[in-house]
Design a protein around this ligand. Structure first.
Ligand code: ATP
Ligand code: MG
Length: 418
């Protein structure tokens, strides 16, 4: 790509995480190219290229199975328009660069020089430009030295840079966990005081960031860092209240992050719905028990709680339906799995596996589900005849539990049907 662009008379560099990771002898996740060609000019040079993005217009060029992001040099252009009112500002579409009155960049398509492009990047180690002309890495901000020191240092004034784009707070914590880099003191200092600015970020963009925070193999460390810097509460406010007061809730999240990282390390698939269901489980439990003590039947109480927890959460982070629907199913299954006489139907449900794993996760935190996980483990391993026996044996068990169910209802503590 660099040769093609150079041959057409443009400057072109690999920049960002790919250069950084290669220098650290890691395999880059993706490649970004920076050039002085405009998106239209880039598109003209490649057969499989399309211009995307509104906040930033970039070109996606497909090469083999790889998609390479090509962006035109931009200036950060901080003295451009000031607009009153965040919400109003977000709706303005006809200008190429816009800042809100808190200094946040709303759109940023003002093209610039290479030097200006350097200044709009976040950390010095992310602003190394590799060129095939003499095979050099251009370093204008002492990024090589910071790479050797293993530190993330913000380019420019950290406070102003976080104000321009509060997502940089998440990037600092994510990259320091991923690279095992320190965050340089001046870069770290404004994080806590400015974390509240994350509330201004559009919920859809935050969801994309959440995927990067928690599904690239370092979720536990990232989560711990988010808590240490008091940032997590701006992402999952309802969970934080529970995690801080209830050790079992904290343990559930730790275990969920640990197992997500382990699965990624083993190259197994991870379903964001499962982890998100775990993160919000403590908040859900609280709501569920509140509903139960308001005399709602368990299924209704659970259903209402899932609705309310999700609808509160998506104000902050837009969870797409393809994840929120399975999250609800996993939660509602926690009650359904207690109804063992329906075991045969449940076990073949597409959400069974995730829901069963979720039961095991809860049991690992020390929650007493009266052997529910083991029962389902045995049931899955059993042949038809053994399953019949388990269910018949269980029928007695169910009769026995009927009277205890009444007791449970009045205490409102335990889940039904177990
Ligand atoms: P990863 O390894 O996760 O891909 P990355 O640093 O490459 O990390 P990308 O999101 O791929 O992250 O971004 C590529 C580059 O674009 C960054 O290295 C940085 O130079 C620049 N960049 C991305 N997001 C921002 C931002 N919010 N503010 C400033 N620069 C950014
Ligand atoms: Mg990258």
């Amino acid at each position: 790509m660099l040769y093609t662009l150079n041959d057409a008379g443009y400057q072109a560099f690999i920049v960002g995480g790919a250069v950084r990771d290669l220098l650290l002898e890691k395999t880059p996740k993706d490649f970004d190219v920076a050039t002085d060609a405009t998106p239209e000019q880039v598109k003209a040079e490649f057969r499989r290229a399309r211009i995307i993005g509104r906040r930033f217009r970039i070109v996606h060029v497909t090469m083999g199975r790889e998609i390479i992001e090509v962006s035109t040099f931009r200036s950060s252009n901080t003295d451009s328009l000031q607009i009153k009112g965040e919400r109003l500002a977000r709706n303005i579409r006809h200008i190429d660069s816009a800042h809100s009155n808190s200094g946040m960049i709303l759109r940023d398509n003002v093209y610039g020089t290479l030097e200006e492009d350097v200044d709009r990047r976040d950390f010095t180690v992310n602003a190394l430009y590799y060129t095939v002309q003499n095979f050099l890495v251009h370093d204008y901000v002492n990024g090589m030295e910071d790479l050797k020191q293993r530190q993330l240092k913000m380019i420019g004034d950290p406070e102003q840079r976080y104000r321009e784009d509060p997502v940089r707070i998440l990037r600092a914590l994510r990259l320091s966990a991923k690279l095992k880099f320190d965050i340089e003191a001046n870069t770290a200092a404004p994080i806590k005081p400015l974390a509240h600015l994350l509330e201004l970020i559009p919920a859809a963009r935050l969801f994309d960031e959440i995927l990067k925070l928690f599904f690239t193999g370092n979720s536990l460390e990232t989560y711990q860092s988010l808590c240490r810097h008091e940032v997590f509460k701006y992402l999952f406010p309802a969970s934080v209240a529970e995690v801080e007061t209830n050790p079992a809730a904290g343990k559930l999240l730790d275990l969920a992050f640990t197992s997500t990282d382990r699965r990624i390390a083993e190259l197994k698939s991870v379903n964001p719905a499962f982890l998100l269901a775990a993160i919000l489980w403590p908040a859900l439990q609280k709501e569920y028990h509140r509903n139960l003590s308001g005399k709602m039947p368990p299924m209704v109480a659970m259903h209402q709680a899932t609705q309310s927890v999700i609808s509160n959460q998506i104000n902050q982070i837009a969870i797409p339906k393809r994840f929120s629907i399975p999250m609800r199913e996993i939660w509602e299954f926690q009650l359904r799995l207690g109804k063992r006489r329906r075991a045969k139907a449940l076990v073949s449900h597409k959400r069974f596996r995730a829901a069963y794993d979720f039961v095991l996760l809860r049991e690992q935190t020390g929650e007493d589900l009266q052997g529910l996980g083991q029962w389902w483990t045995d049931f899955q391993a059993a042949d038809d005849e053994q399953r019949e026996q388990m269910l018949n044996g269980n029928r007695k068990g169910n009769q026995h539990s009927k009277s205890s169910k009444r007791r449970v209802k009045s205490s409102g503590k335990r889940e039904s049907g177990s």
